[in-house]
Every structure is written in C-alpha cells, then in structure tokens.
Design a protein. Sequence first.
Length: 202
Amino acid sequence: MNDATRGRVLVAGIGNLFLGDDGFGVEAVRALSARPLPGHVEVVDFGVRGVHLAYQLLDGYETLVLVDATARGGAPGTLYLIEAGPAADGTAGGTAGAVEPGAAVLDGHHMSPDTVLALLGTLCAGTGTAPPRRTLVVGCEPACVEEGIGLSPAVAAAVPGAVRMVLDLLDPDAVPAARLDVEPTAPAAVVAGGRPDPRSDP
C-alpha cells in the first residue's frame, strides 16, 4: 500500500491520569508522539474527552487505534490487541459486550472505548457520515485504577511494548494481528483477539 492509497489513521490515547493505571493510554500516546510517524497518522491525547474524540472521528478516518487501560482478567501489564467488530446496524461497534449505538452514557470522565464507539455510531447515523473502516484497541491490564497519579510498575513497564505494537500496526508490512504471539523478551505478554471482560459475566 503506497502513500497515495493509505487512508487517515487516528491513534487516540484515552484515560484519566488521576486514576492510576487508567492513565495508561495517555502515557502511551505521549511516548508514541516522540517517534517519527507517517504524515497520514495523527496521534492525539484525548484523556477523558471521549466526546471530543467521537466528534473528531466525524472528520473521516480509515483506521482508529484506541489506546486505553483494558481490564480483561489478565496479569497487570498484559497487553491486548483487540479488533472491534461492527455494531448490529453496521455503523460502528465495539469489543465484546459493547454498548449498542444510541445507548452511550455521556459521562465525559468515564468513557470507555465501547462507549466512544457507541456514541460514534449514533453520531454517524444522525449525520450520514461513515465511521472508521477499522477500529483497533491496544489495551493494557491495569493493576489499580483508584485515585492517584502515576502508573503501577507493571503497567509503566508495558508502555514501550504498547508503543511498539502501535508502530507495527502502522507498518503495512507488519505481522497481521491474528498472528501476534507472546514476545518472550517483552515486559508484558501480548494477547491478540478478545474475550469478554469477566466482569460482564452474569
């Protein structure tokens, strides 16, 4: 794929720096911003401004990469690469257990990737615009999301691995997500795909 045919990519860091490991996405995109990136890639620290992220996506992006703390039952510091599936209406979807479009709760301080994608689906349906063709979540298992500034040691050690993961996603010759394996020398394990958040089980 050459530069002329590549679509726009938005890498969005989301999370609350005042809730410990919830600030993972913010710290990861800050580290990523220091790297040289292709011209068609935008890296933005959205923090808790999930509504702003949803509205920015209306400008048109082929690919969205969300970077966020993602509790899925693994050891703290485990990195996940999850491809979000389409919603039932074909507009925008989320990870397993996603909020349906139209059901997003507009709490600007606690917007998860699922909620952002649900809000985007609602906005796209209302404006006739198209959501990103592909949405990926680079997530990290948090150790603590209670009040406090700073990442736990395990999550802080996972930031360089998350940066490498995003850089690989931006490389057209990178290994496909389905073939990602655990990196034996990485500070955290890499898990491709997604299984439901155990907290969502009845």
